[in-house]
Design a protein around this ligand. Structure first.
Ligand SMILES: *Cc1c(COP(=O)(O)O)cnc(C)c1O
Length: 433
């Protein structure tokens, strides 16, 4: 398998300034996120003064070309054979896509060990990560019960018919994982940093210790966390998956995904994307790269807003339960303090009159908060998990993991917290009028 086709291993400035990579790695997250991936071709250090153009773009251009021509046939041969860095055909690699990947790999894997591969959606990222774990006929995948609904569908509808055994474990019970690792010997274990919609926090550190002992690949969907809140690879995970559609891009205008894979899975993920063809297009990669630059600003505000919303909901007589990792009675309070740098932008809660009619009436009474089946945007979004994100789950499974008809999930945006709280309060009040 050729692992280096169509991809630039290092930005031009690295070659000109050997200390540049070292210097960059010591920079802080908020700085890396702004400059990550931008090669600034033509900038100081990218060549002798005679080669330097009088201007160069601040922002990575959108390279809309599907194909790259080379100086001569010999160069082409070397680039296509992976002996020389460069691009050939856009399904294999594209400079705009590579810029986003470089930025994200610096954020998720500051050691530089892992490689980010950008794809067309979060689901294609999960598909690539699962495929890279070599799930042959008879192999077992152990999946957290609390996982994103479409990940379950992917496993049951695409992988199970190929002979992959799909089994579930309780991600909130470390003993359950150990027992099942022993008895089922899975090839891969799949979990999420912060679960949807009940916001349980997984002990990724303990999970990776256990999976490592058993030689299984640990795949962590870090969509709800983002590298701003947790870096699962640093805690021992093997593959990190993102729906970049959510916090990474953050503006509700892009569908994209990314896998960040540590060795030995990195080459396989790239080969799978290249062969299956679910590449993100150059404009999508550009939007993702631009959105990423404000991730710490957006997410810090979203976390702050979520704490304000959780506090206000707790005080409301129309709410019977609030789920949020910052609350003192949250069951994973200690894992949160140990492993997360902030508590996330989501809150979920149960209406006192816990039926679907009340949930719909509440959603319909919202004025500022948007009713939509997504999260991680700059806009505050309210959704009803049983009729949206978790509608494909059988009711018995929903019930077992505690997703009720009266449950509402709020993904806090970056609006003023008092406006968000006022809208939620007024919708709650309207139910009891
Ligand atoms: C949205 C989401 C996905 C799927 O991402 P798409 O970009 O919609 O394909 C996967 N996992 C989680 C946790 C998500 O929220």
């Amino acid at each position: 398998m050729n692992e280096s086709d169509g991809r630039v291993a290092s930005a031009p400035e690295d070659a000109a300034q050997p200390g540049a990579t070292q210097k960059r790695r010591s920079r802080r997250f908020d700085t890396l996120v702004v400059h990550g991936g931008e090669s600034r071709a033509g900038a100081k250090g990218s060549g002798g003064p005679e080669e330097r153009p009088p201007h160069f773009p601040m922002s990575t251009p959108i390279h809309a070309s599907t194909t790259f021509s080379h100086a001569d046939a010999e160069t082409s041969d070397r680039i296509l054979g992976g002996e020389e860095d460069g691009f050939g055909y856009a399904r294999w690699g594209n400079p705009t896509v590579a810029a986003f990947e470089k930025a994200l790999s610096e954020l998720e894997s500051p050691s530089g060990e892992a490689r980010a591969v950008a794809v067309a959606s979060g689901m294609s990222a999960m598909h690539a990560a699962l495929t890279a774990s070599e799930l042959s006929d008879g192999a077992c995948v152990l999946v957290a019960e609390q996982i994103y609904g479409s990940t379950v569908t992917l496993l049951l509808q695409i992988f199970a018919p190929m002979g992959v055994e799909v089994r579930f474990f309780d991600a909130t019970d470390p003993e359950d994982l150990r027992r099942k690792l022993d008895s089922l010997r899975p090839r891969a274990v799949v979990a999420e940093t912060i679960s949807n919609p009940l916001l349980r926090v997984a002990d990724i550190e303990a999970m990776s210790r256990a999976t490592r002992e058993h030689g299984a690949a640990l795949i962590v969907d870090n969509t709800f966390g983002t590298p701003f809140i947790q870096r699962p690879l640093d805690l021992g995970a093997d593959l990190v998956v993102h729906s970049a559609t959510k916090y990474l891009a953050g503006h509700g205008d892009l569908t994209a995904g990314v896998v960040v894979a540590a060795p030995p899975y990195d080459g396989a993920v790239e080969q799978i994307r290249k062969t299956v063809g679910y590449v993100v297009d150059p404009f999508g990669a550009w939007l993702a790269l631009r959105g990423l630059k404000t991730l710490p600003l957006r997410l810090a505000r979203q976390c702050e807003n979520a704490r304000a919303v959780a506090g206000a909901l707790l005080d409301h007589p129309g709410v019977s339960a609030v789920h949020h990792p910052a609350l003192p009675d949250h069951p994973d309070r200690r894992i949160t303090e140990r492993l997360l740098s902030d508590t996330g932008g989501l809150v979920s809660f149960e209406l006192l009159s816990g039926d679907r009619e009340a949930a719909f009436a509440f959603l319909n009474a919202l004025d500022l908060c948007v009713r939509a089946p997504s999260l991680g945007d700059i806009y505050t979004i309210a959704s009803h998990p049983t009729s949206a994100s978790h509608r494909e789950l059988p009711p018995s499974r929903r019930e077992r993991i505690g997703i009720t008809e009266g449950l509402i999930r709020i993904s806090c945006g970056i609006e003023h917290p008092e406006d968000i709280v006022a809208d939620l309060r007024s919708a709650l009040d309207s139910l009891h009028r």
